[in-house]
Design a protein around this ligand. Structure first.
Ligand code: ADP
Ligand code: MG
Length: 388
């Protein structure tokens, strides 16, 4: 049975009828441009070959009922139920908040929605920094959009999904994940200016030049993450304030030395140095990809990792191990990606070295007593769509 058929069967099992359709939205990995989003800066994600699928059918009443294959036990789904007009941020609905939040945010955006039955099935690794949350939100947002004949743009839907996560679930994320999930195209990375929402498709077709991208999921998530995130946001605001600019994105990379000299606190200065230099790295990677020189992207990725490790201080031993071992085994470049303190890394490597890098990382993890990492070869995929 194909995953779609299985999902259709799952829906019938839970709700005793067939879904009206199935919508799919991918997770993402950010190639470069880390912690630039809350500084109004640039990011460059691509969509993964993993996605959340939402099977859905409208209801005659105002109820939403939702179940997830990832929250079922031995095939038995537990169904979360709520009235669409009673949804309020702050309600503790666990994982279902991501789904209910989308319905709440769509209604806040003025959408006229009735009830809906939903069954979710996703192969995006959960909590690995590959945005299973945005994949889930976007698959649901697109399902409701199509079922209820809404006419929101993909960018509007991304904002709706982001609002669901920020306000309903209560996780302060930028706009990158949802934009990537909805707007990416296969064979391309998506350049996104998080201030203006300008997007541009950047060619990322590595196979013909003998290269591949690996995503290495360390499987760890150190608890430090949440407080450190807030600290970094605060440091960046302070740096922007001292420099008299609305956001760090307003410091031109060529003025970086002058700008940094004006920041009094040493830690804040390093945080700012990461963000300002990361902006130029995104532009440099875009320039290299657009001029057909993908192999030269490698050192820029590695420079990005050093900046995250030493200046922004959001890496961890497992991520540093991935990067160091990948480079020692012939990778062209590697960096942590996502929120840091665990999660995943990306590695750019030639075909001939792929196995050595993969094995080297596995062995290094075993030697250090870490749990086995998951290393996956990826290609840039299409954003969300209706699949049945
Ligand atoms: P990431 O987005 O990096 O995977 P997050 O912590 O942002 O990590 O989101 C993970 C959360 O999203 C899970 O803990 C769960 O609440 C929810 N989630 C994601 N995918 C699913 C799914 N298929 N079924 C149920 N909940 C999911
Ligand atoms: Mg997430």
């Amino acid at each position: 049975m194909s995953p779609r058929q299985a999902l259709g069967e799952g829906f019938r099992h839970v709700f005793g009828r067939l879904p009206e359709g199935i919508w799919s939205a991918p997770g993402r990995v950010n190639l470069i441009g880390e912690f630039t989003d809350y500084n109004d800066g640039y990011v460059l994600p691509l969509a993964l070959p993993f996605s959340s699928m939402a099977s859905a059918a409208r209801r005659d009443d105002d109820l939403v009922r939702v179940a997830s294959a990832q929250r079922s036990e031995s095939g038995e789904f537990s169904v979360v139920e709520a009235a669409t007009d009673k949804l309020r941020p702050g309600a503790t609905m666990g994982w279902a908040s991501y789904v209910l939040g989308v319905i709440w945010a769509l209604r806040q955006a003025g959408a006229k929605l009735g009830g809906v039955d939903l069954v979710i099935d996703s192969d995006v690794p959960i909590g690995a920094g590959l945005s299973s949350s945005a994949a889930l939100e976007c698959s649901v947002a697109l399902a409701l959009h199509d079922l209820y004949g809404l006419s929101l743009s993909r960018q509007d839907l991304a904002l709706v999904a982001q609002r669901a996560e920020n306000e309903f679930v209560g996780v302060p994320t930028g706009i990158m994940d949802q934009t990537a999930s909805l707007l990416c195209r296969s064979g391309h990375a998506l350049f996104l200016d998080t201030r203006t929402f300008e997007v541009r498709q950047i060619p990322l077709d590595l196979k013909p030049v003998g290269l591949t991208l690996l995503v290495v999921n360390t499987g760890v998530k150190h608890a430090l993450g949440n407080s450190a995130y807030a600290d970094r946001v605060r440091d960046c605001r302070q740096a922007a304030k001292e420099l008299g600019v609305p956001a760090l994105r307003d410091v031109a990379p060529e003025n970086i030395d002058d700008a940094l000299a004006k920041i009094t606190d040493e830690v804040v200065r390093r945080r700012a140095r990461h963000v300002i230099s990361e902006q130029s790295r995104v532009l440099e990677v875009v320039r290299l990809l657009e001029s057909g020189r993908p192999a030269e992207v490698g050192p820029v990725l590695s420079a990005g990792h050093r900046s995250l490790r030493y200046d922004y201080e959001v890496s961890c031993a497992e991520l540093d191990t991935v990067v160091d071992v990948a480079l020692a085994n012939g990778a062209l470049g590697a960096r942590m990606t996502g929120g840091g303190f665990g999660g995943s890394a990306v590695v750019l490597v030639g075909f001939a070295k792929t196995e050595a890098v993969t094995m080297g990382i596995a062995e290094a993890f075993a030697a250090r007593g870490y749990s086995p990492p998951q290393t996956i070869e990826i290609v840039a995929c299409d954003g969300a769509s209706r699949v049945a």
